[in-house]
Design a protein around this ligand. Structure first.
Ligand code: A2P
Length: 303
């Protein structure tokens, strides 16, 4: 199996990355340094994870050269009107002068409200998010193309984009997104989105490849059976499943033992791949990550 995939602009991306969402501040630095020393070369970050400073410190602590590491971050919903400034904050946090991949975190812009209890997550009085429904994502993407042209990001892409949103963006994009990062595991394989992105040279990345916090997909009977048959852990099955189908999984862990375990990728037999591909269609379909501002993202399995 390959250890890198090629993006549509020729840049190479490692086939397995380290997720940092919900990595607690007090352990992130050490976990990132350990992960890099164990061989991770792709770090998946975001401004809104609020731990980019610790990730940057972890990079420096690891001793691994910057240019050997593929760093991803994402522009937060609040900063879509000034992508350059959003990326500037992230670079300042990370202590870097470029990222390898910059993504639009959600196809949704928030209205700024500096008086909100949490200005990063501005709420209406009824508790819903202040979403700017009139915002044209083509404007955000033009900002992404500008930071790409300026060399601040070696590649640009999107995150949490369904086919209808990609279709809309395709009307005006000059740079085709290199990546679309979405929730993905055998309960949510997103076959139609995968085919759509394959046709356009957009590489999929899988967040929550184990099912997200608590790793619920690891407990599934069918996953456990595939793991037993192949003599590997259930986590290895879920991570390998993605690499075998040409998707970059981004498992998150801060435990040394699990960080090491999650680097194991094996070739899965076609019969097991078919079984994993079909689990959702056989009654196990489940989207596990449903942020409250995402009711209209256009995923056809969204309930
Ligand atoms: P922890 O960080 O304590 O290791 P996902 O990658 O799908 O987002 O899942 C992340 C969740 O899965 C976290 O709760 C993480 O906990 C846990 N996790 C990560 N790797 C493993 C593993 N190899 N075995 C069991 N649980 C894991």
């Amino acid at each position: 199996l390959p250890t890198t995939f090629e993006l549509n602009n020729g840049v190479r991306i490692p086939t397995v990355g380290l997720g940092t969402w919900q990595a607690p501040l007090n352990v992130t630095r050490e976990a990132v340094a350990f992960a890099l020393q164990q061989g991770y070369r792709l770090l998946d970050c975001a401004y809104i994870y609020l731990n980019e400073r610790e990730v940057g410190e972890g990079i420096r602590l690891s001793g691994v050269p910057r240019e050997d590491i593929f760093v991803t971050s994402k522009v937060w919903n609040l900063h879509q009107d000034d992508v350059g400034a959003g990326l500037g904050r992230t670079l300042d946090n990370l202590g870097l002068d470029y990222v390898d991949l910059y993504l639009v975190h959600w196809p949704i812009r928030f209205f700024p409200d500096p008086t909100a209890a949490n200005p990063l997550r501005p709420l209406n009085p009824d508790g819903t998010y202040k979403v700017d429904r009139s915002w044209d994502q083509a404007r955000t993407w033009a900002g992404m193309e500008a930071v790409y042209a300026a060399g601040k990001a070696r590649a640009i892409g999107v995150c949490n984009w369904s086919i209808p949103y990609l279709e809309e963006l395709a009307k005006s994009w000059k740079v085709v997104p290199a990546v679309n990062q979405v929730e993905n595991h055998p309960f949510l394989p997103q076959h139609a989105l995968k085919a759509y992105c394959d046709d356009r040279g957009i590489l999929l990345e899988a967040y929550s490849p184990l099912g997200g916090p608590g790793a619920p997909v690891l407990q599934d009977d069918d996953i456990v059976a595939v793991a037993k048959r192949n003599g590997v852990s259930a986590a290895c099955v879920l991570i390998s499943y993605q690499v075998n189908r040409g998707i970059v999984p981004l498992p998150k862990s801060v435990s040394h033992e699990r960080l090491v375990q999650n680097l194991q990728v094996v070739r899965l037999p076609p019969g097991d791949m078919a079984l994993l591909d079909g689990l959702a269609a056989r009654g196990k379909a489940q989207r596990l990550n449903k942020p409250p501002f995402c009711w209209d993202l256009g995923f056809d399995d969204w309930d």
